[in-house]
Design a protein around this ligand. Structure first.
Ligand SMILES: Cc1ncc(COP(=O)(O)O)c(C=O)c1O
Length: 496
């Protein structure tokens, strides 16, 4: 039966509850907004009235049978999936759940090396063995993107015992691999295809965008609706189809990492965002793509700047590109993307999604207005007028992207005895922690990999460029495996 996407089952019931003047003798302790605080001066009490825990009639996210179930059915239908799970812990939680429910300890998973840190954490939690595929390294822009189909095919042929192939659709920068072909080939080997669709939630809603995970035949995907569709930050979904998904194992994994008090605000925001993108997406997304195209044309007239076109990525054998992203190469001004990122915020009140050494990235959605894009173009003109006359030497990325060699599984390295050494003494040691710049949160080194001089040079370069380095250890140190005790420890604690 055709679904009625005008309905918002969870939000409607929540609104009914908020307006019902129910006396709250349950949690949350703000008692539907009766505890005044500073934030309430801004939001008003109404927001707190929508922040309910699990009152009667509002269903339970751990085992939905009522309005959450109905809302999830509508979500699945909108995304062309058989089943959808609401998540309140972001696609981070979706990726943990997908990988942990598919891979047991010591089972293999094929994945690109430029995965988000949540995939690395899923390897630690599951104990899976990563088989990394080297992504396309675009030295012209200093970024890593898609996987070549032939490389994935080779990884599958070399590792026919792998349980799954993990694909990013699209990368942070909007670039996609040939997902349909990967699915077809992986399924021949009875491998599941799991998709990180954190940046691709809008794909099913316009034929001018790359293909979505479900349309491509993948088994599971996780989409951050909060990133490109308009729900509240941290709200996300996990979508599935096909006979290979073990829903009992998936549900128990999700429930293992999900709070028992999931936010009703986040769930309601998913419900209403689905309705909006379902009706408005097909109309508004083509307009956004046209506006982005026009902005790229204008930016390309500004001295020192280059707005990157889809043809750039297709020329590098990417399968497709999401044109709602605007990537601008700024290195011709003689300053870094990090500098432009800071200057746009400090001087022009413009917040970008991220910067890399040579580029900046703006992410558009159906909420982006022409005025917002004009502000970006005007500010970039001012930045160009300021720096072009200085005749600075164009910046080149010094990042080597020489992905390190794995010595042991991430889980084993995570649990092994450790010690801390200054970065400059860590060459040839085995990392016991992930180190990354954020955003995008793609680890430069992960637990179990051998720390090379190239890695240390990359970290040093990022540090000097002023980007945010995330790791467990601060102050120029890194956590490594203490080899002296490791062997002894392994005898005692071999965990799988
Ligand atoms: C490629 C990629 N995957 C996954 C995630 C995690 O998504 P979320 O922020 O919804 O937890 C991110 C977040 O930035 C990401 O960039």
């Amino acid at each position: 039966m055709e679904k009625d996407h005008r309905l918002t089952p969870f939000y409607t019931k929540l609104l009914e509850y908020a307006n019902s003047h129910t006396v709250s003798h349950d949690v949350p302790g703000h008692k539907l907004g009766q505890v005044h605080n500073d934030m309430m001066d801004f939001t008003g009490q109404q927001m707190y009235k929508l922040d309910a825990n699990a009152p009667r009639g509002l269903d339970n996210l751990n085992r939905p049978t009522g309005v959450i179930y109905e809302a999830a059915e509508l979500m699945a239908d909108a995304f062309g999936a058989e089943k959808a799970y609401f998540l309140t812990g972001g696609t981070t939680m979706g990726i943990l759940s997908m990988i942990m429910s598919v891979c047991r300890a010591k089972e293999k998973i094929i994945l690109p090396r430029n995965v988000h840190k949540s995939a690395i954490n899923a390897l630690i939690l599951s104990g899976a063995v990563p088989v990394f595929v080297k992504p396309d390294i675009d030295n012209e822009l200093g970024i890593a993107n898609h996987m070549a189909f032939e490389d994935v095919k080779q990884a599958i042929l070399d590792n026919p015992d792998a349980k799954a192939v993990f694909v990013i659709n699209p990368t942070y920068f909007g670039v996609t691999s040939d997902l349909e072909r990967i699915v077809e080939f992986a399924h021949e080997y009875e491998m599941m295809v799991i998709v990180d669709e954190a940046h691709g939630s809008h794909f099913p809603f316009s034929d001018q965008l790359p293909i979505g995970s479900m349309a491509a035949g993948a088994d599971m995907g996780s989409c951050s609706l909060h990133k490109t569709v308009g729900s509240l930050t941290q709200s996300s979904i996990l979508i599935t189809q096909g006979p290979m998904v073990d829903h009992i194992r998936l549900r128990s994994t999700i429930n293992m990492i999900q709070s028992t008090s999931p936010s009703s605000l986040l769930m309601a925001s998913l419900d209403v965002a689905r309705k909006t993108i379902y009706f408005d997406g097909p109309i508004e997304i083509p307009k956004i793509i046209e506006m982005a195209e026009e902005s790229r044309r204008k930016i390309n007239l500004i001295p020192g700047l280059e707005a990157i076109e889809k043809s750039h990525f297709i020329g590098r054998d990417a399968f497709n590109y999401d044109q709602t992203k605007i990537i601008v190469k700024v290195s011709g001004l003689g300053i870094t993307g990090f500098d432009v990122y800071k200057e746009l915020f400090d001087e022009h009140h413009i917040q970008l999604e991220l910067a890399e050494t040579q580029i900046i990235l703006a992410v558009l959605s159906i909420g982006t207005t022409q005025k917002d894009l004009d502000a970006l173009v005007d500010a970039l003109k001012i930045v160009s007028d300021k720096y072009m006359p200085m005749n600075l030497t164009p910046i080149k990325s010094k990042v080597k992207y020489s992905f390190p060699q794995a010595y042991t599984r991430p889980r084993e390295a995570y649990h092994a005895p450790k010690k801390y050494v200054p970065l400059n003494q860590a060459v040839d040691e085995i990392a016991a922690e992930s180190v990354m710049i954020y955003p995008p949160g793609i680890p430069i080194v992960i637990p179990g990999e051998i720390i090379s001089q190239d890695i240390l040079d990359d970290l040093d370069f990022y540090q000097r460029s002023g980007s945010m380095i995330l790791s467990d250890t601060e102050g120029g140190y890194i956590k490594i495996i203490d080899k002296e005790y490791w062997e002894k420890w392994s005898e005692l604690y071999a965990d799988e």
